[in-house]
Design a protein around this ligand. Structure first.
Ligand SMILES: Cc1ncc(C[n+]2csc(CCOP(=O)(O)OP(=O)(O)O)c2C)c(N)n1
Length: 319
């Protein structure tokens, strides 16, 4: 969580300096992202939306690739073999049917891998959420759906998103359990997800976990959250910062002290600087990639456009 917070802060700074593209901060949602991922084992899958930095780091997605992705380079989604994480999904909610497909495939093959998918509170208004949950319930797929209810979909508050009292209760309509969890308590999320993973591995099907949390930063670096939410609300949630809470817990147990705290932040700073350096010095993608990777076999009209691009750029596509 310290590494994710450090990387997250750095990403915002880089965007402000014009060195990186638009970025959706995870600040405040580290426990919400990490806790469920802690319950997985190596063969399981994580299917992210776009605000899951902490989970992706934990599951082994190279940090420099994540910075590359948010610099607008799709190579940032190329994770090493064995890192069972699918690329970030920007169209809100589309990752739910992906996850149901991945977990159904696992079930059909008789494997015991589960798929853990993240979505925001806003995403629950999308068709893919309902279609996916419906299929998951019918097919009893080993799917764990984590809704990071961070209270807003850009400027739209949770109260305007759905008339349901909780998001967790939506699972009932699809025939499987839903549980509402304190999203700033990493251990609570771990416990809830572990039970859901065990249930999925027993062949009993999906679980919906509503992680009740708060986005401390802006929606993305293009947003200004102060235009639609008050200082007082922000201060209230800052006091519940998941990093602060977990640190206090560990200190009270005698498992953490100031020296370890300082060391963790120092080490995270160093790692982030190295990873950023690697990302920013990576060659920019070729404009030809748009043509090359859209279809398995390039249709004639695209081939023609590619020829035009080559001709006009003068040197075979260019960057
Ligand atoms: C299909 C679709 N519609 C609209 C958008 C623009 N958009 C990006 S994020 C977002 C809000 C998402 O809110 P939520 O699901 O609560 O996730 P959060 O951003 O809070 O993590 C919207 C409307 C989009 N990316 N995809």
């Amino acid at each position: 969580m310290v590494l994710a917070r450090t990387a997250d802060t750095k990403a915002v700074t880089l965007q402000r300096q014009g060195r990186m593209g638009a970025y959706p901060p995870s600040r405040g949602q580290e426990a919400s992202q990490l806790g469920p991922a802690l319950a997985l084992t190596d063969g399981d899958w994580v299917i992210p939306g776009f605000r899951e930095l902490t989970a992706l780091i934990w599951r082994g997605a190279p940090l420099w690739r994540l910075f590359l992705f948010w610099s607008g380079n799709e190579e940032g989604s190329l994770y090493p073999d064995g890192v069972n994480v699918t690329p970030s999904v920007i169209p809100v909610g589309d990752q739910i049917p992906h996850a149901v497909g991945v977990s159904y495939a696992s079930k059909l093959r008789g494997e015991d891998a589960v798929a853990l998918v993240y979505i925001g509170d806003g995403g629950t208004s999308q068709g893919g959420f309902h279609e996916g949950l419906n299929m998951a319930g019918v097919l009893k797929t080993p799917t764990i759906v984590v809704c990071q209810n961070n209270q807003y979909a850009i400027s739209v508050p949770r109260s305007q998103q759905t008339a349901s009292r909780t998001i967790a209760q939506k699972a009932v309509a699809y025939g499987f359990p839903g549980i509402l969890v304190d999203g700033n308590d990493v251990l609570a999320l771990y416990v809830a997800a572990k039970a859901a993973v065990e249930r999925a591995r027993r062949g009993e099907g999906p679980t919906l976990i509503e992680s009740y949390t708060y986005r401390l930063g802006d929606h993305t670096t293009s947003d200004d959250a102060s235009r639609y939410r008050g200082e007082e609300e922000l201060r209230k949630w800052e006091a519940k910062d998941p990093l602060k809470r977990f640190r206090l817990y560990l200190e009270a147990k005698g498992l953490w002290d100031q020296g370890q705290e300082d060391e963790a932040w120092k080490e995270a700073e160093k790692t982030v600087e190295e990873e950023v350096e690697r990302a920013l010095s990576h060659p920019a993608p070729s404009a030809e990639d748009v043509f090359r990777f859209t279809y398995e076999t390039m249709p004639p009209e695209l081939a023609e456009q590619l020829e035009t691009l080559k001709r006009e750029s003068g040197e075979g596509g260019g960057d």
